[in-house]
Design a protein around this ligand. Structure first.
Ligand code: ADP
Length: 466
């Protein structure tokens, strides 16, 4: 059970972060403690060496003042007065022992060979550490010239130093475990804190799976990466929610707006059935049914296009398009309709104006507005189309002298299926402007309308240059 929990835990990011933190912290601490220990051992040895050098200096002056006998006497005094284990050995230039004071067994340690020559060549004291199988602790000794042919060897047991360093070593070793424990706890807390945001994202995702679609991750003063994750997650949720909303609107619209055309089709069929059934009647019914069905298909397709454009799921074919050419072609397409109504269609365009976009979408944007301008303008009126651009925006204007739109109507004409009262006699389903607005919005643009009833309207498509 415990092993299973441990193996589950070892797969978590928090566990790995903690393990790395504890490892790096402990290794760094061990390194720092080792350096500390090394420095302390160097300092203690330096102290001992300084003490030994002092002895040589002191005995040099005794030698100068009182000669060899005085030295020997003072050696005895020193050994008796010192607390530590110390020995003194007076040597002649050829290495003969002239006097020894200290623990007698230490005298078994042989003096270094040729020490007189070494001292003369080096011109300074010679220090060394000796280990003797008979003694537990090492001995630090110094050889120094205290007279013309007189060498003094002083040796001190390193017992005190070694014991002190031994205690220090044990203390430092004991510190490693608490340090490891502390680093694990700190690492765990840090990892948990850093991953708190991720945990919140997970919990929110779980809530959303259970149906809480409005739930969002709180963006707080957290680490930059976690905040970015929370923001991206929230904007993804907003996007999904707007898609769901769009789909819901579509089903609502289908339920609401497709009911009447379907009822009409049913009515046509019913009338034919109950009336006198001649072939011509059946032909008329078939023609009417086909027309109503075409309208229905057109309506469904346009609704789908609007929803797809608004939600951004549409696969756009981006290419460089010449807006001048595209609008000119649209005007030419509608020129016969304008001519039929005796409407004066005029244009004002620059030579060329390139824009990156989906050609088919732009064609629909332009034709939807242009068709309205001609459709809602009385015979003998006029429609003017122009294209301009400044550093920031492109302006496509459609000005007509048509029936105009009331103030209340202006705020609603971009709603799906909305049609002003006065235009109901004209053909249309009330989706053209909704699609036009959805396309303009998908490029970061907008459509502005100015209109006066019975005088005319101006539709202006504004698109950002980049
Ligand atoms: P429709 O299929 O009815 O033309 P639209 O979405 O294109 O649908 O337009 C919505 C409504 O806005 C129209 O029914 C009409 O009442 C009004 N409208 C649009 N363009 C004009 C215009 N140029 N002049 C007057 N009314 C307009």
């Amino acid at each position: 059970m415990f092993l299973k929990r441990l193996s589950d835990l070892s797969g978590t990011l928090a566990f790995r972060l903690t393990a790395w933190y504890a490892l790096i912290f402990t290794v760094s601490s061990v390194l720092a403690l080792s350096v500390f220990y090394y420095k302390i051992s160097v300092i203690t040895q330096d102290d001992t060496d300084r003490e030994l050098a002092e002895e040589i200096k002191e005995f040099s002056s005794i030698m100068t003042d009182g000669g060899g006998d005085q030295v020997k006497k003072y050696m005895k005094v020193e050994v008796e007065s010192e607390d530590e284990d110390i020995f003194f050995r007076l040597l002649s230039e050829n290495g003969r022992v002239l006097a020894f004071e200290g623990e007698p067994s230490w005298n078994r340690i042989k003096p270094a060979a040729n020490i007189f020559n070494i001292l003369q060549n080096n011109k300074k004291n010679v220090l060394s550490t000796l280990a003797h199988p008979d003694f537990q602790y090492k001995i630090r000794t110094i050889y120094g010239l205290i007279g013309p042919a007189m060498i003094l060897q002083v040796g001190i047991s390193l017992e005190e130093n070694e014991e002190y360093l031994g205690i220090l070593r044990k203390l430092l070793l004991l510190l490693i475990f608490p340090l490891f424990l502390m680093s694990t706890v700190i690492g765990w807390l840090l990892a948990k804190n850093a991953l708190k945001g991720v945990e919140e994202v997970t919990l929110t995702a779980i809530d959303i799976t259970k149906g809480a679609y409005d739930k969002r991750v709180r963006v707080k003063n957290r680490l930059y990466e976690i905040n970015r994750l929370a923001e991206t997650f929230n904007s993804m949720l907003n996007r999904i929610q707007s898609l769901i909303k769009g789909m819901k609107e579509i089903t609502d619209n289908i339920a609401h707006d497709l009911r009447s055309p379907l009822a009409r089709i049913r009515g046509i069929a019913e009338m034919t059935l109950v009336g006198k059934s001649s072939v011509s009647k059946y032909e008329e019914m078939a023609a009417n049914t086909i027309e109503e069905c075409d309208n229905l298909i057109d309506m469904i397709n346009t609704m789908l296009d609007i929803t797809e454009t608004e939600s951004g799921v549409l696969q756009n074919n981006y290419e460089k398009i010449d807006l001048v050419k595209l609008i000119q072609e649209a005007c030419e397409l509608f020129r016969p309709l304008a001519a039929e109504k005796n409407i004066h269609l005029t244009m004002n365009f620059p030579d060329t104006l390139e824009y990156e976009g989906d050609k088919r979408q732009f064609q629909r944007l332009i034709t939807n507005i242009l068709e309205n301008s001609i459709k809602y303008t009385e015979p003998a009126g006029s429609v003017f189309v122009s294209l301009e651009s400044d550093k920031q925006f492109i302006h496509i204007r459609f000005v007509d002298t048509g029936i105009g739109i009331s103030e209340a109507g202006i705020s609603k004409i971009f709603d799906r299926f909305y049609r002003c009262d006065r235009s109901r006699s004209a053909s249309g389903i009330g989706l053209g402007l909704s699609l036009a607005m959805a396309i303009a919005n998908s490029y970061g643009g907008d459509i502005h309308v100015k209109s006066v009833l019975n005088q005319g309207s101006e539709f202006q498509v504004i698109l950002p240059v980049s």
